[in-house]
Design a protein around this ligand. Structure first.
Ligand code: KG4
Ligand code: ZN
Length: 333
């Protein structure tokens, strides 16, 4: 079964064709990060306009690479939530047009479910149930994946998402956008013992809070500036990456132990972080660890097509009245 997946919820315009939910046939990602980098973060209005510029070409290239046409598809999947609404609507309306013109079923896909499905592309034999940390620019969740289309949120951020914290700290330190890779690179030559950062507390032990941590980093930097002192940016980046990775890996490992999961996974843009991966592997002991290949951590169409396959065989199609939703829980129904 061939599914086309279209993704446009943030700053990547992406399309992919995936066979039987597991095998990538073609995968095109057009990233806008360079342009948003000029502003230190995603500018929603620019994102929408660039999606409009790129979407037709990206989908056409996806068909060309696959040597397939719309007639070969079994369904058209697209991200409908959550995300920047103007950005989401571009991919969604393109998918609706293609579905209307071809008569192929339209399958709405939740973006975070898509991130989790990137794991099915990386591990053809991986099946739920498993426990997954989904950490991206907009979300930081620990999710029990009970089945392909059944999810329970065990913990979430009560303020900033992990990726958002990376991006804001990077912006303050002048390290660039996206912040995750920039901080990770700076941290390589940093001295971990140089700066001490606070450990935030939350009422629910599996929730996280990164706003105070982010502010602590920004305060160190601003205070040094006011005193006319240099900040060792690489060491501050290292301390920040370490703290955030310790918090996320502790929570994931503890939840896996408490709820008895043998399989532990990560997904989303932040799952590309090597230190975070290292710490999770260290802390989960004998449990099996799953992480997407680097090219499938960030936003892409293949993850949407993969999840679209499971949503489709579960009968979750939509009509042309389908609208985009800026904010929607992963366990919606
Ligand atoms: O999943 P994603 O591509 O888009 C959203 O759905 O938000 O995630 C993007 C986020 C950005 O905040 C980016 O800084 C972060 O993922 N990220 C990383 C790394 N690579 C990307 N964070 C930490 N370490 C990385 N290596
Ligand atoms: Zn994402």
């Amino acid at each position: 079964m061939y599914i086309l997946g279209i993704e446009s919820s943030c700053d990547e315009t992406a399309a992919s064709i995936v066979k039987d939910g597991r095998q990538i046939v073609s995968n095109i990602v057009y990233s806008q990060v360079e342009e948003h980098g000029l502003y230190g973060g995603v500018v929603p209005e620019i994102a929408s306009r660039r999606h409009i510029d790129a979407i037709s070409e990206v989908v056409q290239k996806c068909f060309d690479d696959a040597h397939l046409t719309v007639d070969d598809l079994d369904a058209i999947a697209c991200t409908f939530a959550p995300g920047l609404i103007g950005a989401l609507l571009v991919g969604l309306n393109y998918a609706k047009g293609l579905s209307f013109a071809s008569g192929k079923p339209l399958v709405p896909v939740h973006h975070l479910r898509g991130h989790i499905a990137a794991l099915y592309l990386t591990y053809p034999d991986l099946k739920p149930p498993f426990l997954c940390l989904v950490a991206s620019g907009g979300h930081s969740h620990i999710v029990a994946v009970d089945d392909y289309t059944k999810f329970r949120v065990i913990g979430r951020t009560i303020d900033d998402a992990a990726g958002e914290a990376f991006d804001k700290v990077s912006r303050t330190l002048g390290l660039g956008y996206p912040g995750g890779p920039a901080i990770a690179k700076a941290a390589l030559t940093g001295d971990l013992s140089k700066y001490k950062l606070p450990t935030p507390h939350t009422e629910n032990k599996y929730d996280v809070s990164f706003s105070g941590l982010k502010t602590a980093v920004i305060n160190i930097y601003n205070t040094n500036n006011m005193k006319g002192e240099e900040t060792d940016k690489n060491s501050l980046a290292a301390a920040f990456q370490e703290k955030i990775s310790q918090i996320l890996s502790d929570n994931l490992a503890n939840a896996a132990k408490e709820f008895g999961y043998d399989k532990v996974a990560i997904a989303g843009g932040v799952s590309a972080n090597k230190r975070l991966r290292e710490l999770i592997v260290e802390k989960i002991g004998d449990r099996q660890f799953f992480a997407p290949t680097m090219d499938l951590c960030g936003d892409n169409g293949a993850m949407i097509a993969a999840q679209g396959y499971y949503e489709f065989i579960d009968g979750r199609t939509a009509g042309l009245e389908l609208n985009g939703i800026a904010s929607l829980a992963i366990d919606f129904d």
